[in-house]
Design a protein around this ligand. Structure first.
Ligand code: ZN
Length: 292
């Protein structure tokens, strides 16, 4: 089934909520980045939450998530927009550990337990927003929960789960974000907290193949959710040969001449999708403003 996201309100508008199935999106990232299991889970959780954060934006707005922990995978970067498109990568994809004591992929060990989580929102002409918090757990979901509470002052519950097959492909991925709206009453907050402490872990829900709608009903309780709309979700990179050409042109004729004479061509790789762009001497000459 194709990935999608559902938007909802809960408890008569006191809560806004998002849930997503992201199996194909995470699998596409894994395939492109060749991530090993623990790294796939770290990147997959980040992509899953980033898409939902993107869905909170409007129009052409977009955001970049950067998790810089002290673990072996190095920095994780993800870009998301308001249209359900996300792309992302991490520095060292070949990281895999034994399962942790709870029998789960040891994401905290891969990410690290100290460092920073930062979010840059590009709100077009209007504004730029940057928020940064310290990493509090390295499990990703908890770090976003902390980010929402402390950087955006929105009490939130965040869950993301990624399950990996023995051949390293992605078995299932998904998640949710539940946020208290201003003026939400204490009873609602208390009920959601109680539910969150009792429900099965998101990884189990994802493994059981629960739909985004079913995930929200599990988190908020059947009858407490009003679904608003759904949106397709996909891994999509915005790089193109034209953009790489522009970047090379901007280096200037002298530098391009050096590439022609010393390197006999140029290679560029997109970090986000691992696409290779090759330029031979003829192609490079065409990028010089005054061909020599
Ligand atoms: Zn790309």
């Amino acid at each position: 089934m194709a990935d999608y996201l559902v938007r909802a309100m809960g408890f008569n508008g006191q809560v806004r909520a998002y849930a997503i199935s992201s199996t194909e999106t995470v699998e596409e990232a894994r395939r492109r980045q060749d991530t090993w299991a623990t790294a796939s889970a770290a990147l997959g959780r980040t992509l899953t939450i980033s898409v939902m954060m993107g869905a909170m934006l409007k129009g052409e707005d977009k955001l970049t998530v950067k998790i810089e922990g002290d673990g072996p995978i190095g920095a994780i970067i993800a870009d998301a927009n308001s249209k359900g498109q996300v792309r992302g990568y991490l520095k060292n994809p070949h990281v895999d550990f034994d399962l942790n004591k709870k029998g789960k992929l040891d994401v905290a060990k891969a990410v690290g337990t100290s460092g920073t989580l930062s979010i840059v929102k590009d709100l077009g002409m209007r504004d730029h927003f940057t928020g940064q918090v310290p990493i509090v757990s390295g499990e990703v979901s908890e770090d976003f929960t902390y980010y929402f509470a402390n950087s955006e002052q929105v009490p939130s519950a965040v869950g993301a789960g990624v399950l990996v097959n023995t051949d390293h492909t992605i078995l299932a991925a998904g998640g949710f974000i539940v946020q208290m709206m201003p003026g939400a009453d204490e009873d609602t907050t208390a009920e959601i907290e109680k539910r969150l402490s009792e429900i099965e872990p998101i990884s189990k829900m994802v493994q059981d193949g629960k739909t985004p709608e079913q995930i929200l009903e599990a988190v908020l309780g059947e009858g407490n959710v009003q679904f608003l709309d759904t949106m397709p979700v996909e891994f999509k990179c915005h790089c193109s040969r034209e953009r790489v050409e522009m970047a090379i042109s901007s280096l200037g004729d002298d530098e391009i001449q050096r590439m022609i004479e010393e390197d006999h061509g140029a290679e560029a790789k997109c970090h986000f999708c691992n696409e290779d762009y090759h330029f031979d001497i003829k192609a490079l000459k065409q990028l010089q403003s005054s061909p020599s």
